[in-house]
Design a protein around this ligand. Structure first.
Ligand code: ADP
Ligand code: TPW
Ligand code: MG
Length: 583
């Protein structure tokens, strides 16, 4: 334990009364020393002045309307920058609001630090009923990668350093940092305070794979007749874009991008197997997982979708050793960071590399071309009311012309159709609901994307999904961010046509106010709001918004009958044993 260094003890020591600093300033200095440029949060006791002082010190402090959205912004900032996104909240309720986002970041393997003010320890621990009393550290622990509390001003430097290193090293994740209000007011000598700060050197050290593991993997890949690469968002996060491209192109192996890995190579790439997903999952004999987990999004690597049982071998590249064999046997585990592993694999492939048999690559290409051709005319329709194909066809063509724009996407049908229809061309341009499929991440993600990259953002949102964080349109207007939100308004969750089975006055559980005008919400705060009813109008409105780079919300009226229950994952709904007899 460090002895608190107060002004009082210094006078007793008879040391020269030098300038003083305090917890507020030390915390800000520690963050700045480690390159923190932006804080996402909501002010209040005990951290209002911390936000003000951080702003005064040159950190960009963005205030949100709800901590969950600030937290989602911090999580997305972590994914985009490989540095921990910082979310700052008040105690108990603010902390809890931020915690959902911290858990989301951890689940997605993204670095984030939730810094929350907390009440007096002495009162909390005796449960004496302090203002917003809660044992936050204990509550955060099971929901994040690491959780720390700082009790003494002299420990702020080391506490921040631990939080940063924990968030970004190894498998990245969320870290909770508990800041009791009293800490911020603690005083210590300014020179000693400066000396107590810690700059984190090499926060995410390279993790080199063992040469044996590399050789084993190369042998397995060489033996393949129908190899497949699956790119996950870990590969996008790693920012080893050139190496990923080299590995894919040198190997000649078809690849399937997971949702947020789209654009790592352009979706129009010759080797993309995106539109032949069912075929490649079923038929491949060797599957190389590159920063992707065999979780529910890939049916756990087994079952009908994957063809005959044990018909394939897996090579898995991941920084987290215990990811190996999580769902199926991994024939060649390659533990290390993606850049180091790909460098080693490419070294081993140099010289005599044989590309996969052409009957495999031709079959994949034929399937893909057929599926793309089958969709093409559907995506050109200009129907009113709009269906997903017509509306998303228009947006697909816009992203093709504006490949630098960042696409944020959430909803059920709105998500599933947009993911398969809209091609991405560059890495880390698609931000969506992540591993949990969380509704409400859209506005936080859109704000972080605009702030962290300076690029224009197109947020394609289901009307339900948008509603979870819709109040942040005020934040978008306040900071004048170049975000164009398109609300796919089908009057509800999945569809707007359900009927209350009881026949009573309430509408069905999935149905919202009919023909709501979300565009007027944007107008309320000075942004541009537009209502459109066909793909042509949608295209014109989005192009105008993207050119103008000003906050815009386009209410796109979608046929309420066009969607499916739960989009593409309706099969995950439990089924009543006695049947849907009440419905
Ligand atoms: P997706 O949902 O796209 O399939 P996941 O989130 O399931 O992707 O998987 C991402 C994986 O990437 C995680 O297992 C994580 O440990 C891993 N990962 C993250 N960063 C790196 C890195 N730099 N090098 C290697 N693996 C990484
Ligand atoms: C935090 C459950 C999954 S998708 C969805 C909900 C409520 C909304 C779908 O309707 P939307 O899209 O957005 O209008 P569309 O095009 O199909 O009509 N709470 C959280 N996360 C999830 N995933 C849910 C609830 C859900
Ligand atoms: Mg909807």
């Amino acid at each position: 334990m460090t002895t608190p260094n107060t002004a009082e003890t210094m006078t007793e020591d008879q040391s020269a009364p030098g300038a003083l600093t305090d917890g507020f300033h030390l915390l800000i200095d520690a963050l700045k020393l480690n390159g923190v440029e932006t804080i996402y949060g909501v002010p209040g006791i005990p951290i209002t002045d911390l936000g003000r002082m951080a702003q005064a010190a040159g950190i960009r402090v963005l205030s949100f309307r709800h901590e969950q959205n600030a937290g989602n912004a911090a999580a997305t900032a972590g994914f985009l920058t490989k540095k921990p996104g910082i979310c700052l909240t008040v105690s108990a309720p603010g902390f809890l609001n931020g915690l959902t986002a911290l858990a989301h970041a951890t689940t997605n393997c993204w670095p984030m630090i939730l810094i929350s003010g907390s009440s007096e320890r002495e009162v909390v621990d005796l449960m004496q009923g302090d203002y917003e009393e809660m044992d936050q550290l204990a509550i955060a622990k099971p929901l994040c990668k690491a959780a720390y509390r700082i009790l003494h001003a002299a420990d702020i430097g080391i506490g921040v350093a631990r939080a940063i290193r924990s968030a970004v090293s190894g498998r990245p994740g969320g870290v909770y940092l508990d800041i009791p209000g009293a800490l911020l007011g603690q005083v210590m000598d300014e020179v000693e305070g400066a000396a107590s700060l810690v700059k984190v050197i090499d926060p995410a050290p390279a993790q080199i794979p063992s040469p044996d593991a590399v050789q084993r993997a190369l042998q397995v890949i060489k033996g393949a007749k129908k190899p497949l690469i699956i790119l996950g968002k870990g590969a996008a996060y790693a920012q080893a874009d050139d190496l990923v491209r080299q590995f894919v192109e040198t190997s000649g192996i078809p690849y399937l991008p997971m949702s947020m890995a789209k654009g790592l190579l352009p979706d129009t790439h010759n080797q993309s197997a995106g539109p032949a997903r069912s075929l490649v999952l079923k038929e491949a004999d060797v599957v190389i997982m590159l920063g992707a987990r065999l979780n529910w999004l890939l049916s756990h690597g087994k079952g009908k979708q994957w063809g005959a049982p044990r018909s394939k071998k897996f090579v898995q590249i991941d920084i987290e050793p215990k990811e190996m064999d999580s769902n199926v046997e991994i024939a060649a585990p390659l533990v290390g960071d993606i850049a180091s592993v790909l460098t080693a694999l490419l070294d081993g492939m140099e010289g005599a590399w044989t590309k996969p048999p052409t009957d495999w690559t031709d079959a994949v290409k034929a399937k893909k071309d057929a599926n793309v051709a089958r969709m093409a005319t559907k995506l050109q329709n200009n129907n009113t009311p709009m269906d997903y194909n017509g509306a998303l066809g228009a947006l697909k063509r816009i992203i093709a012309q504006r490949p630098d724009a960042i696409l944020v996407n959430e909803g059920a049908n709105t998500l599933d159709f947009a993911r398969s229809i809209i091609d991405m061309y560059k890495p880390r341009k698609r931000l969506d609901v992540g591993t949990w499929g969380v509704m409400g991440v859209g506005m936080g993600s859109a704000i972080a994307a605009a702030v962290e990259t300076g690029q224009r953002v197109l947020a394609v949102e289901g009307d339900s999904a948008f509603g979870f964080s819709g109040m942040e349109v005020e934040t978008i207007c306040r900071y004048k961010l170049p975000i164009c939100i398109v609300v796919f308004n089908n009057n509800g969750i999945y569809r707007g046509t359900d009927v209350n089975p009881s026949g009573s006055g309430d509408v069905a559980t999935t149905v919202f106010v009919e023909n709501a005008r979300y565009d007027l919400m944007m107008q309320a705060f000075g942004g541009t709001g537009i209502h459109v009813t066909n793909p042509d109008e949608l295209r014109r409105a989005v192009n105008a918004a993207m050119d103008a780079s000003i906050p815009t919300l386009i209410n796109a009226a979608i046929d309420p009958a066009a969607g499916k229950e739960s989009g593409n994952i309706g099969n995950l709904n439990p089924v009543s044993i006695v049947g849907k007899k009440d419905l």
